[in-house]
Write a protein that binds this ligand. Structure first.
Ligand code: ZN
Length: 346
């Protein structure tokens, strides 16, 4: 069943002008749990108390660490291979022009997802009386997964991290601080160290991106606040190459935190909405892109455009139709070409 829909969505992405292609994560019920529960020592158990008044009292499932964290098998490898095969097949069918570059994009949850929402009780004190070895084991497991993907040909990996964005929200900073008995600044630094360790063995020609957003389950959101509280660590300490940042409304604050962006990194501005069915206003989006460009050292050369998040972070999807979604994607491609030129593979 999933094979059929992945194969269709790959073709639709290409037909609608996208050249950085994913499998739509159709094999996952949740963007994070389906991956993380395949790590040794990680299990999904019960529910966490939700942080907003969500529809129907919905509460996300809770992750617990019951044993030493280990990479016991490749997790994303088969999905990556299937995706590559579909792109190759679409090429043969003539959907992609000859010589046109297509990037196979793989997204996996950030390792911080194993820590943030839980508390000390979520991590076995038998396996980990002290938390430093927990973070070290988690990083090692990621290194092994990343190497497996690299060996299979993966050159673009995105880590999906809601937590660094939640750490921009004043009330979530407070509750995280209470839960983990650390200051929000300490948690932010710890997450940068964890992610840096997780990606430390990646070869030079592998690009690592990170996506930050404030929740996307069924068009809802969970946090609010500009990037300022985490910006310096995010842009200058974290060793990723590309940032995919939610920027579609006032909840993400202004563009000023982009001043910390070093010259060798890129920000994909999620200025377009993926929560609502309404098509974005092209002129407004272009104006915002130019405004953001005034805050980064090399202007538009360091920026790209996208929607603020996927159209479905959990299997329920967001509240818009498929056709409304593709119309948004086509507008996004049109805007990108108008701002950066026709060849989007550059
Ligand atoms: Zn997102």
């Amino acid at each position: 069943m999933e094979d059929k829909y992945v194969s269709e969505v790959v073709r639709k992405e290409l037909q609608n002008g996208i050249r950085s292609v994913t499998d739509g994560e159709f094999r996952r019920a949740f963007f994070h749990l389906d991956f993380l529960q395949h790590l040794g020592g990680v299990r999904v158990e019960g529910q966490i108390a939700s942080t907003n008044t969500s529809k129907g009292g919905w509460q996300p499932p809770r992750l617990v660490i019951t044993d030493k964290v280990q990479h016991v098998k490749p997790i994303q490898l088969d999905d990556f291979r299937f995706l590559e095969d579909q792109i190759a097949a679409a090429r043969k069918e003539g959907i992609v022009g000859e010589g046109e570059k297509v990037t196979t994009k793989v997204a996996i949850p950030s390792p911080t997802m194993c820590h943030f929402r839980g508390s000390r009780d979520s991590i076995s004190s038998t396996a980990y009386p002290d938390l430093d070895p927990f973070f070290a084991d988690l990083a090692t497991a990621y290194q092994q997964e990343i190497q497996t993907l690299y060996d299979a040909g993966c050159r673009f990996l995105q880590l999906d991290d809601t937590n660094l964005a939640y750490l921009c929200d004043p009330s979530m900073r407070q509750s995280a601080s209470d839960r983990h008995s650390q200051t929000p600044e300490q948690i932010t630094e710890q997450y940068a160290d964890l992610i840096n360790a997780a990606i430390s063995k990646r070869p030079d020609d592998m690009v690592i991106g990170i996506h930050l957003c404030r929740g996307n389950h069924r068009s809802q959101w969970f946090a609010s606040g500009g990037y300022e509280p985490v910006a310096q660590v995010l842009f200058q300490k974290l060793n990723v190459d590309v940032y995919f940042l939610e920027y579609d409304d006032a909840r993400s604050g202004d563009f000023a935190p982009l001043r910390f962006l070093p010259e060798h990194k890129v920000v994909v501005l999620g200025v377009m909405g993926s929560k609502s069915a309404e098509l974005d206003n092209k002129e407004t989006i272009i104006k915002r892109l130019h405004e953001a460009a005034t805050h980064v050292p090399k202007g538009l050369d360091q920026l790209c455009v996208s929607h603020q998040c996927g159209f479905s972070s959990t299997m329920e999807g967001n509240e818009l139709s498929e056709e409304q979604q593709w119309a948004k994607v086509r507008l996004e491609v049109e805007i990108a070409k108008e701002v950066w030129g026709q060849d989007l593979s550059k």
